[in-house]
Design a protein around this ligand. Sequence first.
Ligand SMILES: Nc1ncnc2c1ncn2[C@@H]1O[C@H](COP(=O)(O)OP(=O)(O)OP(=O)(O)O)[C@@H](O)[C@H]1O
Length: 684
Amino acid sequence: MANDQSIETLKGIGEKTAKLFEKVGIRTIDDLLHYYPRGYDTYGEPKAIGELSEDETGTVEGFLKSGATGVHVNGLSIVQATISDMTGKLRLVWYHMPYLKNTLRPDSHFIFRGRVIRKKNGLTMEQPQMFKPEAYEELLSSMRPVYAQTKGLGNKMITSAVEQALAFRTLERDYLPAGLRIANELAEYNFAIEHIHFPSNEEELKFARKRLVYDEFFFFLLAVRHLKEKRQNVQSPFHMEKQDECRKLLADLPYRLTNAQLRTLEEVLKDLKSGSVMNRLIQGDVGSGKTIIAVLALLAACENGYQGALMVPTEVLARQHFESVTELFEKHGVDKKVILLTGSMTAKEKRIVYEKVASHEADIIIGTHALIQEKIVYDNLALVITDEQHRFGVTQREMFGNKGQMPHVLVMSATPIPRTLAIILYGDLDISVIDELPANRLPIKNCVVDKSYRPRAYRFIENEVKNGRQAYVICPMVEESEMIDAENVLDYTKILRQNLPGIRVEYLHGKMKGKEKNKIMEEFAAGEIQVLVSTTVIEVGVNVPNATVMMIENAERFGLAQLHQLRGRVGRGDKQSYCIMVNASGNKEKNRRLDVLNKSNDGFYIASEDLKLRGPGDIFGIRQSGDLEFQLADIYTDAVTLKKVSEDVNRLLEQDENLEQEENQELKKRLDRFLEEKYEKLNL
Ligand SMILES: Nc1ncnc2c1ncn2[C@@H]1O[C@H](COP(=O)(O)OP(=O)(O)OP(=O)(O)O)[C@@H](O)[C@H]1O
């Protein structure tokens, strides 16, 4: 079966199920083969009840003396049973499965496997899976894949589809030259694909994963090289000789740029008048002042008669930038028209923007992805500024509807990647680093606390508000969930309102309508809302320097880099700021991760500590926000592989620049396919 065939050719997948698969990006057999598990269930020997510990996924064998009982509480069906052995007693609970009562009869005998939690009346296993002892015997010591699921598409269905795909697939010729495979002790490709889904043991999984991680880096780096070649020394029609207005605004700013900002600005301005197309990455920690560099560069474009665009990941951020740039220009008499374009605008509003862009009535266009819609036609777009996630999207310069002219590109990143890694990953871009914070900043004061600290935290927030400051409180969830025990924005807002009388507390989350979000954000920025309870929607870029408290509930649930970004929302002005991380789990290991943040405010240090804490053994480490788009690979834990791949790619291209040699033919084919899928779609 050709691997590009639709999954509807598999048994049990009709049109309806295929639609569900499409939701997670799977259309073909090949997509299924590359839909790697998120984790694995391992099936160990059943334990005695007394050996189970809280919070683990445990397995026990049980005889039911009496059968299960079923009740309904507020429309929720609950089935319960109790098992015991010489070491103790365990309660078993199932929700929404009333029919189980018929299976769990007196004297029945099963193996139960599920999460163990502590309830008032002792240890309880929730929603355990049940196996007949003979069936469990077969599973013993095996590893079963756990896939990312979506509503209606459970793990069983995905596993079965993958099993079939593996059985029916056409085996591919390994595209990696044999020399590279042997030198790096890599598994054969077809073997790796099979065993990433169904490894027999930990060793086999590592072996399969190593190969696929190698591949991910390999094609990524080959693509980067390919891009670099295409871009290097490309002549630009957009010369920006005039830079007076830009320098005047620089001199008028209410603060002095840091030396790192000045150096970066000079590098950018030099690129803009060099005659070649600029491809530059600006790397700077949270709050290091990247935005002003972007604004000054955009102004340089305008004063030379061109247009400039700033594309950001969220509407909240787009609006914020739009407002701050408009205000800055007004204040300093800069006579340039700035316009906002976001996805949530009405068709009519968008049409007006399109007209203004096409007629060059607008000089600077700030927005989200809407900036690269087909309908928008720029008049004379010379500079595009974007964030790292969108860098490949943006390199598709024609998507900017720019009559085929290549604009200069500036990419901004707050991801703290050590410089050596950055050079490998962003090999196609020149890099400027802002490694200094503005002089007026006081280091953020941090603390990691447990839930019992909350009343004190609320009093602290109250005090800060009395002194005219504002606070953020972050919760991981939008609303209450039966499955996940974590704070949610909606309930937390109610609680805070009770605890902070007379203080305006509002909430913000990604499910709200664009207009509502804008309103809340505007009021918070204007100081009309004092406390904002939010999900991580405010994680990137939000800038309200008057906010001095960041309280993060369930801090143990976030990755270190993400926490660092969240914390970066405070300490953005000259006032002392605070970050309160609430660790609700009481888990010591997680506390150690939070301790890293507690000790340091430096993103680069945090990234390197994160790596140490996770250790190379933790192969399914938490993916960090802002990570590049790799499925399995992790630039931190797999840093050694990344370096090795980079050397291999360099050597390979030195020997066979255009991949023309016989032994590289399979690789060349695969690279072309990769470029086509990933990049040509964007018409690079
Ligand atoms: N040299 C400076 N001196 C004082 N304040 C500055 C300086 N440069 C920038 N700022 C101010 O610092 C704040 C943060 O800057 P900015 O929003 O550009 O950060 P950023 O680098 O984009 O951070 P993030 O990655 O968190 O979005 C802004 O209020 C900005 O006006």
